[in-house]
Design a protein. Structure first.
Length: 282
């Protein structure tokens, strides 16, 4: 049961659901719960079908760049049987505020890797630098910029550049778009078992999942919400993280949200690009 009208009082206040007694509330929730349980069962069935997909071989010697230099796709498994790789969209030569807000959002969700490791799964980020392959940026320099960004954000997952081999690793797919790809190692061979992109990458997320449980949801314009519900939020970029951080005029559109608390904690977002120096990163 819902009320599609705005709540009483301040006309600018967000709308409110209808207020009912406990029994009426529980009856509506029970009806929704039946749909939730059906959704869970269908999700389980889809996961079961995913486990029955065929696989396709990928050259285990496909080259990557790591902190210590060149390595292979096989090396990225770190000896484990499975590998999940998130393909991070990187903007070479651009300052931290101009890096991908979506990739920053999803990467920020991944914190504790021990549960994956307990299932013999390695998780790693594969950086794909935009315009690097066209010669507009050096892959090594671009990779080390991204490493400094990782350090600014406080992430500690394995971090590689896939730039030398994107044509192989993302064969037939749109390079420059974030992807989540699953691999399986069988002795010295590597196979790709699943991949997804765009909203499929929400498998990494908990923030949106929790927002979806709340009355106002994600508060984004595409959502099907009653009139009067707040829908003013962008994906994951704001002009300010708090009253202590005013808008930054030289970076229209603000910066990825997760950068604001890092700045508030005193971290420098200078990732070593020329533009970082020119714009005086904090």
């Amino acid at each position: 049961m819902k009320d599609d009208s705005a709540g009483p009082g301040d006309a600018s206040a967000p709308g409110l659901p209808a207020a009912v007694d406990r029994a009426a509330f529980q009856a509506e929730l029970d009806r929704l719960r039946a749909r939730e349980k059906a959704h869970t069962r269908e999700s389980d069935a889809i996961a079961a079908a995913r486990r029955r997909l065929p696989m396709t071989e990928v050259d285990a010697g496909t080259g990557l760049i790591g902190p210590d230099g060149p390595l292979t796709l096989l090396d990225a498994f770190e000896g484990r049987r499975q590998l999940i790789a998130y393909y991070f969209m990187w903007n070479p030569g651009r300052p931290a505020p101009e890096q991908c807000e979506g990739c920053t959002f999803y990467t920020s969700q991944v914190a504790e890797l021990s549960y994956l490791h307990s299932r013999d799964i390695t998780y790693a980020v594969f950086v794909q630098g935009r315009n690097v392959s066209s010669g507009q940026a050096d892959p090594q320099a671009s990779y080390h910029e991204s490493l400094r960004y990782r350090d600014f954000m406080g992430w500690d997952m394995p971090w590689y550049s896939a730039q030398p081999s994107l044509g192989t690793l993302l064969a037939g797919r749109e390079i420059g778009l974030f992807h989540l790809v699953c691999y399986l190692r069988e002795a010295e061979q590597v196979f790709e078992t699943y991949w997804t992109k765009r909203r499929g990458v929400e498998a990494m997320d908990y923030s949106y999942a929790l927002m979806d449980l709340t009355v106002y949801g994600r508060q984004e314009s595409w959502e099907d919400s009653p009139p009067g519900w707040p829908q003013h939020c962008s994906n994951v970029r704001t002009d300010s993280g708090s009253p202590d951080w005013p808008p930054v005029p030289e970076w229209p559109g603000g910066r990825p949200i997760a950068q604001w608390p890092r700045l508030a904690a005193g971290r420098s977002d200078d990732i070593g690009t020329a533009l970082s120096t020119e714009k005086g990163s904090r």
